[in-house]
Design a protein around this ligand. Structure first.
Ligand code: ADP
Ligand code: MG
Length: 392
């Protein structure tokens, strides 16, 4: 894919002034982003973090207080929405209730002066693309389900062949099953049409599933931009690690560090190694170690350990073998909680002096092979590279 930039935001700030008073909300706080042509790019963050405001500025419904927005290299300040090569799909569909499905889709084309026959043809094609049948074209929106109404709204946005499609929580009103189906359809459609999508969601799983890249936002700022894998595997802040998936956070002090590995003392009896991306670390510095539950492995401290291939090994010998690998970090602990959740069992392990860690063990094979009783003594281990050191 050629890496041409479709959209660029440079130091964009947007403030809203409160009613009567002199209170200001800085909805968007100095955002800079570049979005490539053909990318599926998501803005992900909690409610109120400035996602919709960012989208509305790209669409032209709001102007920034300062900073610049460029579409295909051209600044769009004061260019009205209908003259921008973008179109928006809203969560609430915003279909005209008194027009039929096809009239809704044709409306924008006719406004642009496209001849009626041509508009009908293109609207019909757009509706068929979102799997609305010709026999349904003349029905009003209320005779369609929520999912179908969202498809019509999508057809209405796509029929104008925008360079960029902006989607503001477009699946938010749909139930889970339909939402999953629509997610895959949207991804397929986006790749097929090669249109740049900017997709707003507060749902981390949705963002991970659909996006080429994600910008994680909080309090009007972009905290991190990266591929789903980068965002999930190498979060650079506690907020991002916490917002995306489940994470254990252990607090401690740096005892020693080199190029990419730091030793962090958690308490008098426990020090663990973690990987870091940070510059300028110092011994004695307070830090956080973030570890995902699924990165942690477990085995009983005594007795035998059953291997994946069915063989068994003595637990003490197995431990020694593992510890010969310099990348492995291991602690001994006690099972505090065991929650069976179908695909996995979720354990809380107590270790050191009051440390706790959640880990997940997949329930393959016989349950008796992979179940650890509450109160039993276990070893948990992980690769130090999967434990990330964070400073904020
Ligand atoms: P999100 O879409 O991420 O939920 P928004 O962009 O809608 O967030 O809102 C960001 C912040 O700006 C919120 O605090 C919201 O209350 C405020 N805000 C948004 N639009 C307006 C407006 N028109 N007037 C005043 N405040 C607004
Ligand atoms: Mg919003």
């Amino acid at each position: 894919m050629s890496q041409q930039v479709d959209i660029e935001l440079r130091n964009v700030i947007k403030e809203f002034t409160g009613r009567g008073s002199d209170s200001h909300t800085r909805a968007v706080d100095n955002i800079s982003l570049t979005i490539d042509r053909g990318e599926f790019f998501s803005l992900l963050g909690p409610s109120g973090c400035g996602k919709t405001t960012t989208l509305r500025m790209i669409a032209g419904f709001e102007e920034p207080n300062s900073g610049e927005i460029l579409l295909r290299g051209k600044p769009v300040q004061n260019v009205p929405p209908f003259h921008r090569p973008v179109n928006t799909v809203f969560q609430d569909y915003a279909l005209f209730p008194h027009m039929s499905a096809i009239q809704n889709v044709m409306f924008g084309l006719e406004m642009e002066g496209v001849a009626r026959q041509e508009a009908l043809k293109r609207a019909g094609e757009a509706l068929e693309m979102v799997r609305i049948l010709p026999a349904q074209f003349n029905r009003p929106p209320r005779q369609f389900s929520g999912g179908q109404q969202q498809r019509i709204a999508l057809a209405r946005a796509l029929v104008k062949r925008p360079a960029v499609l902006l989607l503001d929580e477009p699946l938010g009103a749909l139930d889970l099953k339909l939402r999953k189906e629509m997610q895959y359809e949207l991804i397929n459609m986006q790749k097929e049409l090669a249109i740049t999508f900017i997709y707003v969601t507060h749902d981390q799983e949705e963002a991970l599933t659909m996006s080429d890249r994600i910008a994680v936002m909080n309090l009007g700022k972009v905290l991190q931009v990266g591929s789903p894998e980068e965002i999930y595997e190498t979060p650079t802040t506690r907020f991002v690690a916490d917002f995306i998936g489940e994470t254990n956070f252990l607090t401690g002090r740096i005892e020693d560090f080199d190029g990419k590995c730091a030793t962090v003392r958690l308490d008098a009896s426990t020090a663990i190694r973690a990987s870091h991306l940070e510059e300028g670390l110092a011994n004695g510095q307070d830090v956080i170690v973030a570890i995902r539950p699924e990165k942690i492995n477990i085995f009983a401290a005594q007795g035998v350990v059953k291997m994946d291939d069915g063989r068994t090994e003595n637990a003490v010998e197995y431990k020694q073998k593992l510890l010969a690998d310099p990348d492995i970090v291991m602690v001994e602990g006690v099972v505090d909680y065991a929650n069976y959740i179908g695909t996995d069992t979720r354990y809380t392990i107590r270790f050191g002096e009051g440390q706790k860690m959640v880990m997940r063990e997949q329930n393959f094979g016989l349950r008796s092979d992979t179940y650890y009783e509450v109160g039993s003594v276990v070893n948990i281990f992980w690769d130090y590279e999967t434990a990330r050191l964070l400073t904020h």
